[in-house]
Design a protein around this ligand. Structure first.
Ligand code: F0G
Length: 427
């Protein structure tokens, strides 16, 4: 029984609740997180064997680590074999950021195209286990795409709350296609998150935003899988974009737990990168304020267009504990980094590329040294935001112009054009 293994504990006071407690907030008003009642029993060899056990749900890059998060029976697991994402080297991106030992963990390679699938498989499995018939979330697009997909695959009704006109087409199209009921709300993500919480309470619908502690549990596996891929050699830094700050909270929790359990010998330093136009956490941390001031967000990186991140306290803890860093990047820096990530052949959506933009900046500012080992997390697939891909490369005034060349149906003309391009060393 899960009750014997875990509890839901407040992140600030000493109150503790059972796994089936129906709220995600403590009576004191702060968020809850999963605490383990005893040392989980899972060996590196078991993990290695599960990785090749293709007939089983524990081959998933989330569930092969299940003792380190939610140790459910296989029959209770709703999985799309998420995780198993690549850890790339890229000489182009090493040169661009100035970091020699750079690895890139591409979470856009998950089934619905973003890291959200890792937390979704755990939280939606809990929704089923707890007997819910419907799930809901507010989203800048990726959580909703992921939730819609998982809800469809395990037969739950799904309600998606999205900020009107503020999410990319690729993501909106996913939740429509997967059959979720999509509600466009006037206002931004933060407004939608307030509303969905209220509605979930009134209607007894299970909330699947990252304030749900079971989302965080699954997302820890980004760190676990990275460790497995690096043979448990902890990098000096992990760098990732920050929006609602669930992901940094998850990776940080996973790293602290593995250190506590003696699996790894140090906690990596965590660097969080925000877009300058959606930077409340950066502002708070850089001014050493004790509270986060919400703001009205605006950025091309629509996934992280968030002005009132719900998990800021959890994120603050891990950045402080890991001697980490929080930085911000401009729209121009995000676009330039995205062009580089895409040109490297790896490709990612704009918000993801904050990792690379931030890494370049932190190296220039001598916060991260050239010879330190770094894992940069890319959070979403390049096809998540096709509009921006086309916009960036079809603007004639842009240095990144790469528009389609219009030609007639004539072999000679095509050949002449290709000859010119073959000789052109600038492209
Ligand atoms: N990158 C991408 C591609 C995202 O979709 C998000 C968040 C983040 C980074 C930031 O992660 O919120 O845990 O700090 N997207 C959420 C959504 C908010 O609704 O899809 P975070």
């Amino acid at each position: 029984m899960l009750n014997d293994k875990i509890s839901l504990d407040c992140i600030t006071c000493d109150k503790s609740y059972g796994y089936d407690y129906s709220d995600f907030y403590c009576e004191c008003g702060d968020l809850l997180e999963v605490k383990f009642k005893s040392l989980p029993d899972l060996s590196k060899e078991q993990i290695r064997l599960r990785s090749t056990n293709f007939a089983s749900k524990v081959q998933s890059g989330v569930w092969r680590f299940k003792e380190w998060h939610l140790d459910l029976e296989e029959s209770s697991i709703c999985s799309r074999n998420e995780g198993n994402t690549n850890l790339y080297n890229s000489s182009l991106l090493s040169e661009y950021t100035g970091i020699n030992q750079l690895r890139i963990k591409h979470e856009g390679e998950n089934p619905s195209g973003s890291f959200k699938d890792r937390g979704m498989t755990t939280a939606i499995s809990m929704a089923k286990l707890l007997g819910y018939k419907a799930v809901a979330c507010a989203s800048t697009g990726n959580t909703s795409a992921s939730m819609a997909s998982y809800a469809a695959s395990c037969g739950l009704k799904a309600f998606v709350f999205i900020p009107e006109g503020k999410i990319s087409f690729g993501k909106l199209s996913q939740s429509l296609a997967y059959g979720a009921h999509t509600l466009q709300i006037k206002g931004n993500f933060d407004d939608a998150l307030d509303l969905v919480q209220e509605i979930c309470k009134r209607k007894g619908i299970y909330l699947l935003n990252s304030l749900n502690p079971y989302r965080i549990e699954g997302q820890k596996s980004i760190f676990f899988e990275m460790m497995q891929q690096l043979n448990y050699k902890v990098p000096d830094w992990i760098i990732l974009p920050g929006g609602n700050l669930g992901n940094i909270s998850a990776l940080g929790k996973g790293a602290c737990e593995l250190f506590e359990w003696g699996v790894i010998d140090k906690i990596p330093r965590f660097a969080v990168v925000q877009a300058q136009g959606a930077n409340p956490f950066y502002t708070m941390m850089s001014s050493r304020a004790h509270h986060l001031e919400k703001m009205t967000p605006e950025t091309i990186a629509t996934a992280i267009r968030i002005g009132n991140p719900v998990s800021w306290k959890k994120a603050q803890k891990i950045v402080t504990k890991s001697k980490g860093y929080v930085t911000q990047v401009s729209e121009e820096e995000i676009i330039e980094a995205k062009v580089m990530v895409d040109r490297s052949g790896i490709g990612a959506e704009p918000a993801s590329c904050c990792s690379i933009a931030g890494l370049k900046k932190l190296h220039n500012q001598k916060v991260i040294q050239a010879n330190e080992s770094v894992v940069a997390v890319l959070t979403g697939h390049v096809l998540k935001d096709p509009d921006n891909n086309v916009k960036i490369h079809t603007n004639m005034d842009s240095p990144f112009y790469n528009g389609a060349i219009k030609l007639s149906n004539n072999t000679d003309e095509i050949e002449t054009t290709i000859d010119k391009l073959l000789l052109d060393s600038s492209c």
